[in-house]
Design a protein around this ligand. Structure first.
Ligand SMILES: C[S@@+](CC[C@H](N)C(=O)[O-])C[C@H]1O[C@@H](n2cnc3c(N)ncnc32)[C@H](O)[C@@H]1O
Length: 211
């Protein structure tokens, strides 16, 4: 998607993807992430998951395009972050949580630092097909040895315009080729727009093992 799409969504508060509480798959499967891991959360929005991961003893590094969303995360969690320009990005940090405001595709290993694990909820599925290969390639380059927890949705793409996009099981396995992938959950998708169109889908959670 064009960056202006996401800026407009945040500005208009059209953030139906924001759960306002820790994701239930994350709560169920958080023990799949190595204890004490520094967890990379791409396209993190202002997800409560960042705080949940920190509460479990993780160090968290998030990346989010829209700086207002980053500022909102810290404000809503009563955290007073430091704010420092870092190349093309702006780094917000409070305690164990750092979020880089800026473009995911412009991040570098030097900016992100060491990564022990990856948490992807509504990041891969936020991207159109043409960007998903680049997104995962960049993720794998930044964190080559990290296991991942990945949450996707899959539905008949012709029934609804993304985002969120449908990413089926075959695509997950192709994008993460070479890794052992375990499906932890495969459940009916609750998506009002899809239901209104008379279609159904699946929500899946995967554990992607370290290489
Ligand atoms: C569907 S939302 C999911 C947010 C979060 N993961 C959650 O679970 O609430 C996708 C987020 O990715 C951000 N985003 C989109 N493109 C981006 C990019 N190129 N770099 C960084 N963030 C991006 C959007 O601003 C939006 O907040």
């Amino acid at each position: 998607m064009d960056p202006s799409f996401w800026h407009a969504r945040w500005q208009a508060n059209q953030i139906g993807f924001h759960e306002g509480r820790p994701n239930t798959y994350l709560e169920r499967f958080a023990d799949r992430l190595p204890a004490g891991a520094r967890v990379l959360v791409p396209l993190c929005g202002k997800a409560n998951d960042l705080a949940y991961l920190a509460s479990r003893g993780h160090t968290v590094i998030g990346v989010e395009l829209v700086e207002a969303a980053v500022a909102a995360f810290f404000a809503e969690h009563d955290l007073a972050p430091t704010r420092a320009p870092l190349g093309d990005h702006v780094a917000y940090q409070a305690g164990e949580i750092t979020v880089l405001a800026g473009d995911w595709f412009a991040t570098t290993a030097a900016l992100i630092g060491a990564v022990d694990a990856i948490y992807d909820r509504a990041a891969l599925i936020a991207l159109p097909p043409a960007l998903r290969g680049r997104y995962v390639a960049h993720l794998r380059a930044l964190a080559p040895r990290a296991p991942a927890l990945l949450i996707t949705i899959a539905y008949p793409q012709e029934m609804m315009e993304g985002p969120p996009f449908s990413v089926d099981d075959a695509e997950v396995r192709a994008l993460w080729a070479g890794r052992t992938i375990t499906e932890l959950a495969d459940e009916p998708l609750v998506q009002p727009r899809l239901a209104a169109a008379g279609a159904t889908g699946r929500e899946r959670c995967y554990a992607i093992a370290a290489p």
